[in-house]
Write a protein that binds this ligand. Structure first.
Ligand code: GZL
Length: 340
């Protein structure tokens, strides 16, 4: 075979080997290794809300008493101070208006709903609607008879304890003996139910103390006066004392007692609840013998709880208010510092 042919053969073979070798040694073109994908990043938690971006719906009962007026002022003034967007509704003491307000807050997708239930029952449906919409409900001032999973927390007093304290004060004032008429708060409301319960618990083992009449004055001065007039018409001078579930009804009753010709605070001893300014003034005038405090200034605690709840922080199921009991001898000194 001619050298030239041999060389051509060798070169051809070499070229073939080179191509195969490339193919063998160079790995088939691989796709560039995908960049390491980070593990599916946890969904970033929603940014913590601050007061400045908190939207609150508040379904208030009404404006039936000095206590309620002070309570509303505390809720509104604190929102203003903190820069919270407050949607506020006054239900004129009607449950259907409170329920309408709560539905409106749900439609507006507020962050949290505060409500002071005018009565204990009838809330399950609308609270479930709030829960289904992912909006927490905070009970303020009054409890509602609903399953505990339908509200996040209750901020308010121990009304049964307030009733017990009123019973203890009445026992002290009457020396354990007397015929008592009772002005009850709004029928079906937690304060009315529990203040009645606590008072009766206390006098249960005081045979000399008897409740001879009990009727609702709906927490207002006007109704308190009207019912006291009826008590006086029926029982007259047999009445030794009055237990009023709030100061406003007691103040209305004081007018009725004076118009009847008797001396309130002397002929008829009076114990009431709330410790509003009007009660301190009546004690200074010698017309009221004791008022058991029920703190309406719940605004600061309410917004503190609301922000914690919206940011998913644990809160107690009940945040009780701090409260005292006041008598005439200290009323003049304390009146100037009373905030409501
Ligand atoms: C008590 C509050 C009551 C007050 C009344 O927490 O709900 O309602 O005692 C008010 O004065 O009307």
């Amino acid at each position: 075979m001619k050298l030239s042919k041999v060389l051509l053969l060798v070169v051809t073979l070499a070229m073939i080997l080179a191509v195969i070798g490339c193919g063998a040694s160079a790995p088939a073109a691989q796709p560039a290794p995908a960049k390491e994908q980070p593990a599916q990043a946890e969904k970033a938690p929603a940014a913590e809300k601050t007061y400045a971006d908190l939207v609150v719906g508040y379904a208030q009962i009404g404006a039936e008493s000095e206590w309620r007026t002070a309570n509303t002022a505390s809720i509104k003034e604190e929102a203003e101070k903190l820069g919270v967007e407050l949607k506020f509704s006054d239900a004129q003491q009607k449950q259907e208006n409170q329920i309408k307000a709560i539905r409106s807050f749900i439609a507006q997708q507020v962050d949290v709903i505060g409500v002071s239930p005018v009565v204990e029952t009838g809330w399950e449906t609308v609270f479930q609607e709030a829960k289904d919409a992912g909006i927490p409900v905070i009970l303020v001032d009054r409890r509602a008879a609903v399953p505990e999973d339908l509200y996040t927390t209750y901020l308010g007093s121990d009304f049964v304890e307030e009733g017990r304290r009123a019973g203890e004060a009445m026992d002290k004032i009457l020396g354990g003996k007397g015929k008592i008429v009772e002005l009850v708060g709004t029928v079906g409301s937690a304060p009315a139910n529990d203040r009645a319960k606590g008072f009766r618990e206390y006098i249960a083992d005081k045979p000399g103390m008897e409740i001879i009449a009990s009727q609702s004055g709906d927490f207002t001065r006007a109704k308190g006066k009207e019912v006291m007039e009826a008590f006086l018409k029926t029982h007259g001078k047999d009445i030794t004392a009055l237990y009023a579930h709030n100061d406003d009804m007691a103040i209305g009753a004081i007018q009725a007692i004076e118009e009847y010709g008797l001396k309130p605070g002397e002929d008829i001893k009076i114990v009431s609840v709330d410790a509003v300014r009007g009660a301190f003034e009546a004690m200074i005038a010698g017309k009221l013998n004791c008022t058991v405090e029920c703190n309406p200034l719940l605004g600061p605690q309410f917004y503190d709880l609301a922000l914690k709840v919206v940011n998913g922080q644990e809160v107690p199921k009940w945040v009780p208010s701090e409260e005292g009991v006041y008598y005439p001898e200290e009323a003049a000194a304390l009146l100037p510092e009373r905030k409501y």
